[in-house]
Design a protein around this ligand. Structure first.
Ligand code: ADP
Ligand code: MG
Length: 245
């Protein structure tokens, strides 16, 4: 059986105004693999993540999930398999920690339950387990997320991603609004929980040092092009110079 989970094949994205945001991009994400996409602002990292999620159309190319081509159709095939983590956390700020986490698995909860906050016992138990897993067990989980620090909010973001038991997490600069120490802690948490739960991760970052300790593999992007794609331990100064000079 192939070890490829997600295959991005010859993908081009051109925005109106002739902006070539992705220029013939090819990426294979393997099972249980953590990949960092490294590149300066404007290199196409967010566009890449948005195209995988089907939030923006492609001009050319294909995207396969477990050998199924899902481009332009039937994103439901992947909805339950892909979770996301964002820079600004994307939480419902006036809702509680536990509600935000359960909402990560919304497909499995009926709408009247959402309306009345009447969560099935299993969903609550699972959420509480995950709250512990992301290091929030000492906080009252009925607290509104707007009263949490940035690092704590991103822990809720990670918990929300984990609750649906995804095969892959896509993270778009998940630590860029956090201070350096919190950023390190959060990346460690994403790495540890992903490895433990056998989840692949595709994560855009712009800090080289973070990428080196976080990822198994680093892909360097600039102006829509992939400049290198290699194991984190093999990254050379020469590679990074190409990206940031
Ligand atoms: P990154 O996430 O690496 O900063 P982006 O994917 O956001 O890069 O952007 C890649 C390029 O596409 C940039 O030149 C950006 O200005 C352009 N771009 C991004 N979104 C749009 C859009 N909705 N319309 C037009 N151009 C866009
Ligand atoms: Mg971006």
């Amino acid at each position: 059986m192939s070890n490829t989970l997600l295959k991005i094949e010859s993908v081009c994205k051109i925005y109106p105004g002739n902006v070539l945001a992705l220029n013939n991009v090819n990426i294979n994400v393997n099972n249980n693999e953590i990949i960092a996409i490294l590149g300066p602002s404007g290199s196409g990292k967010s566009t890449l993540i948005r195209t995988i999620l089907g939030l923006t159309s492609l001009n050319k190319g294909n995207i396969y999930f477990r050998t199924k081509n899902y481009k332009d159709k039937n994103f439901n095939v992947i909805r339950n398999s892909i979770a996301t983590i964002y820079q600004n956390f994307n939480l419902v700020s006036r809702s509680s920690i536990i509600k935000n986490i359960i909402l990560g698995d919304i497909a499995k909860v009926s709408s009247w339950r959402v309306l009345f906050n009447a969560w099935p016992k299993e969903a609550q138990d699972k959420a509480i387990d995950i709250i512990e897993e992301v290091g929030l067990k000492d906080i009252d989980y009925n607290k509104r997320v707007e009263n949490l620090s940035g690092g704590q909010q991103q822990r809720v973001g990670i918990a929300r991603a984990l609750i649906g038991s995804p095969d892959i997490i896509l993270a778009d600069e998940p630590v860029s609004s956090l201070d350096p120490q919190t950023a390190k802690d959060i990346l460690n948490l994403i790495r540890e929980t992903a490895k433990k739960n056998k989840i692949s991760v595709l994560c855009s970052l712009h800090q080289i040092d973070f990428a080196k300790t976080f990822a198994d593999r680093i892909i360097g992007m600039k102006e829509g092009n992939i400049l290198f794609d290699k194991p984190a331990k093999n990254i050379l100064k020469f590679d990074l110079n190409k990206l940031y000079k």
